[in-house]
Design a binder for this molecule. Structure first.
Ligand code: NDP
Length: 487
């Protein structure tokens, strides 16, 4: 595995991180291993001059990228990036584990293959990209529309799926002829740097994709200019609101992929084993750090006992330990601060909310920020552990008696990212799916995320759509109307 210290200096030599040009004060911080908390490398944050220079470079580079490269040439570069990533899969997977603490088995088999596919998917889009339409308005007027890039865009990512975040924002931005400045989470910056290296090797002109390191202040400064035409953000509702406010002043486009507290509805006619597996996937995958997780598990009163017995039995089988071990299914939380936040919610569940802790929720005495998966029962809708996003392995189990009741309770939240239904009555599932106020509904499955579909939330879970399909892709373009007088 490439040592992270070597990686950072290697990338700096290639100018893939913005390098110091002035003597202006710069902030450095120590990047720690999420696996065991050991120090890995000192990271230098971008300062105001770096940000200014990056924006100017991105403006010039975008002109070249859109005007001098055809859509097919841009596609060839993304396609090549996909092939290069296939060859570097193990290297990226290992670095991502060190940054996030997530299990190598998940990252090697899901995240990186999805990223490889995503790059290839966007590379195949040029045929439909510039679709405009001719409008037959009047015999003497030829009127048509076409799509153009926005210009300089900014991507800001969260720490749970850092590599996928970087690819899913940059690939559509670039294929449409935009440039992108990307600010990864300060906790998980490494894989964005590798992606910049892969793009460079694939032939992307300098300045079209740049990574700026640092914390939220760096991101806030990056978007504080009208030269940035779009911000694609993944993170918390709180930060999303600040970005939306800033964007309103500058009239910038935004897509905001924010938090959730999603309901998972278990109907009495479901296949219990399958529903339990769904609940485990929807709560404990990625150490519980998934925005769309179905953490409010509504189980029909009549099957509660069977469901809980199977749930505890299956949860006991999850191997907690070293995330570098292929057999491990639960690794450490991303950071000590985050572990403490999750532990505090476990305390609130037990002491303030008065829920019953059925399983887990213990801090393990080992290097790394380990908590065992946690299941609360006797939960009620008003409890804080049921209302607030924990973003850790805390499952709240509630019971219900009829369909209308459970839909009303599922919708009684400020969030609207996802929902799941387990039932053998597909007609009922389709009926209920229309009533759920969410951007994504899973039926007899949970947390699938094919890049071909648009992704996003309703209510406070976000604005706009990212991912595939025209709804999402056109978020990276402007539409221009042209009128030609022909007599
Ligand atoms: P944060 O909102 O804390 O941070 C997200 C990113 O925004 C980070 O890069 C952060 O920098 C940066 N940031 C912080 N402050 C500002 C600011 N004022 N202006 C601009 N950028 C800023 O979220 P987390 O990283 O803690 O991620 C967890 C959250 O993300 C959860 O709520 C989760 O649900 C959500 N999420 C949503 C997804 C979706 O698709 N809907 C997918 C994944 C996660 P830094 O952290 O370096 O300071």
């Amino acid at each position: 595995m490439k040592n992270v210290r070597t990686l950072f200096s290697h990338l700096k030599r290639k100018r893939l991180t913005v390098t110091p040009t002035t003597t202006e004060t710069r902030i450095t911080y120590e990047l720690q291993s999420a696996v065991d908390g050991s120090p890995r490398v000192k990271v230098t944050s971008a300062n105001s001059s770096d940000i200014q220079r990056a924006i100017e470079d991105a403006q010039l580079a975008q002109q070249v990228w859109y005007n001098d490269y055809s859509a097919q040439e841009r596609a060839r570069i993304l396609s090549k990036a996909s092939s290069i990533l296939s060859c570097r899969l193990d290297e990226v997977a290992q670095i991502e584990v060190m940054d996030t603490g997530r299990c190598i088995s998940e990252i090697r088999t899901n995240d990186i293959p999805s990223a490889i596919h995503m790059l290839s998917y966007y590379a195949h889009l040029p045929g439909i990209l510039s679709h405009g339409s001719v409008q037959d308005v009047h015999l003497s007027l030829l009127s048509y529309t076409h799509r153009e890039p926005l210009g300089v865009t900014v991507g800001i990512g969260a720490w749970n799926f850092p590599f996928l975040n970087t690819v899913s924002k940059s690939a559509p931005a670039l294929i449409f002829g935009n440039s992108m400045l990307y600010k990864p989470s300060e906790l998980t910056p490494s894989s964005a740097l590798i992606l910049a290296d892969i793009y460079r090797e694939a032939g992307l002109p300098e300045g079209v994709f740049q990574v700026l390191l640092g914390d939220g202040n760096v991101a806030a400064e990056m978007i504080h200019t009208e030269h940035v035409r779009k911000i694609s953000f993944t993170g918390s509702v709180e930060t999303g609101k600040k970005i939306y406010k800033n964007a309103a002043e500058k009239m910038q486009k935004v897509t905001l992929e924010l938090g959730g507290k999603s309901p998972l509805i278990i109907m009495p006619d479901c296949d219990i084993d399958r529903a339990v597996q769904g609940a485990i996937d929807a709560n404990f995958y990625a150490n519980g750090q998934v925005c769309s997780n179905g953490t409010r598990v509504y189980v029909h009163e009549s099957i509660k006992d069977d469901f809980l017995a199977t749930l505890v039995h299956q949860t006991e089988q999850l191997k907690v330990g070293d995330p570098m071990d292929e057999a491990t299914m639960i690794g450490p939380m991303v950071s000590k601060d985050h572990m403490n936040k999750v532990l505090e919610y476990i305390r609130i569940g037990k002491e303030d909310d008065g829920a019953t802790l059925l399983y887990g929720g213990e801090k393990l005495n080992s290097n790394g920020n380990f908590i065992t998966p946690c299941i609360f029962v006797d939960c009620h809708d008003h409890m804080r552990i049921v209302q607030e996003e924990v973003f850790g392995m805390l499952m709240s189990v509630l019971t219900f008696q009829d369909d209308d009741e459970v839909v009303a309770r599922a919708n009684a939240t400020k969030f609207g990212l996802a929902a799941g239904i387990y039932t053998n009555d597909i007609a009922k599932a389709l009926r209920l799916s229309k009533k759920l106020e969410v951007g994504n509904v899973y039926i007899n499955t949970y947390n699938d995320g094919p890049c071909e579909l648009p992704w996003g939330g309703m209510k406070q879970s976000g604005i706009g759509r990212e991912g595939g399909s025209l709804e999402a892709l056109y978020e990276w373009t402007e539409c221009k109307s042209v009128y030609v007088k022909i007599d």
